[in-house]
Design a binder for this molecule. Structure first.
Ligand SMILES: C[S@@+](CC[C@H](N)C(=O)[O-])C[C@H]1O[C@@H](n2cnc3c(N)ncnc32)[C@H](O)[C@@H]1O
Length: 323
C-alpha cells in the first residue's frame, strides 16, 4: 500500500510539474548545455527556453540515422537531431505529457520549412511501454467507453493486439535511442521494462546515448518520497553504478561513459548528483548477444569530463534544483 502511494505520488508530481513547465519556463528545471549554435537558428525562443535537459546526446548521432528521443519534452533535441540526420534520417520523439507534446508540435511546420525537410514525429507514449500509442488508446476509449468489466476486457485485448500488430515503435527499428534527463523520472517499478524496451526497439548494432542525472550514494526513501525533489530530477536519480548495470542487464554491451560532470550540480544531505552521458550497444546478432552476456564490460573512464554550461546559465549552480 505504502509503495502504491509512493508510485502514484511521483507519477502525479512529474505529470503536473512538466505540464506547468511546458506553459512557462521553469528555471529550476533547466541546466543550460552548450549546443552547436547553427542548429539553434531555426528554433523559436520558446523552445530554446523550455530546455530541461542535462547533456547533449545529439553530438553522437550521424547523418541518415533513425533516432528515437525518450521524453522529448518541448522537442529541442528532436529539432537539432532533425538537422543532424538530414533528409534521409528520421527523428521520433516520445512523451506522455499533452502540454509538452502540444509545445513540440506547435512549431513543426515552421521549423520544417526553415530546415528544408520534415522528418520529425512526436508521439504520445510511456517511454517504458513503447509499443502502445497513447493517442490511439485515447481514441479507442472515446469510441469504446468503459462501464463494466467486459468493456475493460475489450480494452485490454485491444491494447495487447496493438502492441503485437501495430506497435508505436517497432522492434529492431531504431539506429540510436537518445534521452536527455528523463530516465530518472520513471517510476522504479517500470525501470527494468524501460531498459528492456530500449533494447527491443534498437536495431542489431544500434546504440543508446543517454544523458541523465546520477547519484554517488543511494538516495534514502524520505528524499525519494519528496515529489518536488523527484520531479526536479534529483531524488529519482540512479546510483551511478546501477545506471551502468541497468544497460547490461537489458542485454546491451560496451557500456561506456562519454561525459561525466566533474562537479556535482546538486548536493542534498551530502549526496552528490551529477550529469552523465552513457553509450551502450545492441549486439549485431542474437547469438553474439547471448554469448557476450558475461563478457560485457563497462568503461567508466569518461572520454570527456566537461559538461559545458552556457555563460549566461543562471540556474545550474551547485545550489540550484535544476537538471
Ligand atoms: C526533464 S524533462 C526533459 C525534456 C527534454 N528531454 C529536454 O531535454 O528538454 C522530462 C520530460 O520527460 C517526460 N516524461 C517523464 N516521464 C515519462 C514517461 N514515463 N514516459 C514518457 N515521458 C515521460 C516529461 O513529460 C517531460 O517532458
Amino acid at each position: 500500500m505504502e509503495q502504491e502511494n509512493f508510485e502514484t505520488l511521483v507519477d502525479r508530481a512529474v505529470q503536473k510539474r512538466y505540464a506547468a513547465a511546458a506553459a512557462e519556463k521553469e528555471p529550476a528545471l533547466c541546466c543550460p548545455v552548450t549546443y552547436d549554435g547553427k542548429y539553434l537558428d531555426v528554433l523559436p525562443q520558446e523552445l530554446i527556453d523550455r530546455d530541461y535537459g542535462c547533456g547533449n546526446p545529439a553530438e553522437y548521432v550521424g547523418e541518415g540515422e533513425t533516432v528515437l528521443d525518450l521524453g522529448s519534452g518541448g522537442g529541442k533535441i528532436c529539432y537539432i537531431l532533425s538537422q543532424v540526420v538530414g533528409p534521409k534520417g528520421q527523428v521520433f520523439g516520445v512523451d506522455r505529457n499533452d502540454e509538452m507534446l502540444a509545445l513540440a508540435r506547435r512549431y513543426q511546420t515552421q521549423i520544417a520549412e526553415a530546415i528544408g525537410w520534415n522528418n520529425t514525429y512526436f508521439l504520445k507514449g510511456n517511454i517504458q511501454d513503447l509499443g502502445l500509442d497513447l493517442e490511439a488508446l485515447d481514441s479507442f476509449l472515446n469510441d469504446h467507453p468503459v462501464h463494466s468489466y467486459p468493456d475493460w476486457q475489450r480494452v485490454d485485448q485491444w491494447i495487447e493486439q496493438q502492441r503485437e500488430a501495430s506497435p508505436m515503435i517497432e522492434s529492431d527499428s531504431i539506429d540510436v535511442v537518445v534521452s536527455n534527463c528523463v530516465l530518472n523520472l520513471v517510476n522504479p517499478k517500470h525501470r527494468e521494462q524501460l531498459f528492456s524496451e530500449i533494447s527491443r526497439v534498437l536495431r542489431p548494432g544500434g546504440r543508446a546515448i543517454i544523458s541523465d542525472i546520477v547519484s554517488d550514494h543511494p538516495v534514502p526513501l524520505h528524499l525519494q518520497k519528496d515529489p518536488h525533489l523527484w520531479s526536479g530530477c534529483i531524488s529519482g536519480a540512479f546510483m551511478e553504478g546501477h545506471f551502468l548495470e541497468a544497460f547490461k542487464r537489458a542485454g546491451l554491451h560496451h557500456v561506456e561513459i562519454l561525459k561525466r560532470q566533474d562537479e556535482a550540480w546538486a548536493i542534498v544531505e551530502g549526496i552528490e548528483f551529477r550529469s552523465l552521458t552513457v553509450r551502450a550497444e545492441k549486439s549485431t546478432s542474437a547469438s553474439a548477444y547471448e554469448g557476450e552476456e558475461n563478457r560485457q564490460d563497462i568503461t567508466d573512464k569518461p572520454r570527456d569530463t566537461s559538461l559545458t554550461v552556457l555563460p549566461d546559465g543562471d540556474c545550474c549552480g551547485p545550489d540550484s534544483n535544476c537538471c
